[in-house]
Design a protein around this ligand. Structure first.
Ligand SMILES: C[S@@+](CC[C@H](N)C(=O)[O-])C[C@H]1O[C@@H](n2cnc3c(N)ncnc32)[C@H](O)[C@@H]1O
Length: 289
């Protein structure tokens, strides 16, 4: 694939691969995520519960987008909808639209019946927005936008396609608030086969350099934080919660799956703790009129 012909839909993880992870069981994830069912690195302050730290993270991204009454927001990779619900209930948004490739997540969001929230089981690659947005948030989805067999140039092209769409969908001077895991000291060759085959198939991580190259000319970087320790702490909480609810988890998804998830939680805790992986929060402002 060359940059000119790259099909960004084929470049990212397929819906099938995404469902392998996220459609496992809503009840299983509810056992070890916090009550908002947020599935990404929290933003911790001393004394926080997991839920407080998750809400602080959602507020961080909402503020980057200057979220406020009547605004229209898009959440790319909306999980079980915590950002969408926060935007409507706390910020009085006019609308909050979420994209996910997981049917189970979309069903959960629809069942909450929060006025103003719309969810679509659709990738950003094929989404056709009904109106421009005042802000776009994407938390923990960018990790799925490139497959592991892509060249460096093709990865940048896939990420650039994402940034180009966000640019086209945002009003002038508005922001994209992006959170993603990235390679830190590790490289592609170091990534455990177990993670690629059993946890996140068809997904590879970006490097910070690739993100910056891909966004060049479309977005300016307003702020960048590497909060890898916040993800290590989040994984520690998830690990403790899953062990505390182990019997229920086994009843829901079976012993093998629970063991697989416990191994994944352990590997990611170490990965963030040692700096093999980083956790970036990027505030990006749209360039141009
Ligand atoms: C780790 S979850 C994060 C969910 C949520 N942002 C949160 O923080 O709780 C990743 C999400 O990205 C979504 N996703 C993956 N690839 C996508 C794509 N191409 N377009 C839209 N969503 C995608 C998945 O369906 C899932 O909802």
């Amino acid at each position: 694939m060359t940059q000119a012909t790259l099909d960004c839909k084929a470049a990212g993880a397929s819906a099938h691969a995404i469902r392998h992870h996220y459609d496992l069981s809503n009840e299983f994830y509810a056992l070890w995520l916090d009550d908002t069912r947020t599935y990404s690195a929290a933003l911790w302050e001393p004394g926080d519960t997991l839920e407080q730290a998750q809400l602080r993270k959602l507020d961080h991204h909402a503020r980057n987008c200057a979220a406020g009454p009547g605004g229209h927001y898009l959440d790319i990779g909306c999980g079980w909808g915590s950002t969408l619900f926060r935007l409507m209930r706390t910020y009085g948004a006019g609308s909050a639209t979420g994209l996910t490739l997981s049917d189970a997540q979309a069903q959960y969001i629809e069942a909450q019946q929060v006025p103003g929230v719309t969810v679509k089981v659709q990738g950003w690659q094929v989404f056709d927005p009904p109106h421009p947005f005042d802000g776009i948030i994407s938390i923990g989805a960018f990790e799925h936008f490139a497959k592991p067999d892509l060249s460096d140039d093709d990865m940048v092209a896939a990420y650039r396609a994402f940034f180009a769409r966000c640019h086209a969908w945002l009003k002038p001077d508005c922001s994209l608030s992006l959170q993603t895991i990235a390679y830190g000291r590790a490289s592609r060759a170091d990534i455990n086969r177990f993670v690629l085959e059993q946890i996140f198939p068809e997904s590879d991580l970006p490097s910070l350099e690739q993100i910056v190259r891909a966004a060049k000319g479309l977005f300016e970087v307003v702020a960048l934080r590497n909060d890898r320790h916040h993800y290590a702490d989040t994984f520690r909480h998830w690990t403790a919660r899953l062990s505390g609810a182990r019997a229920q988890a086994v009843a829901l998804v079976g012993e093998d799956k629970v063991r697989t998830y416990q191994k994944y939680q352990g590997l990611f805790t170490i990965g963030f703790h040692t700096g093999a992986m980083d956790l970036y929060r990027l505030h990006l402002r749209r360039i141009g009129k």
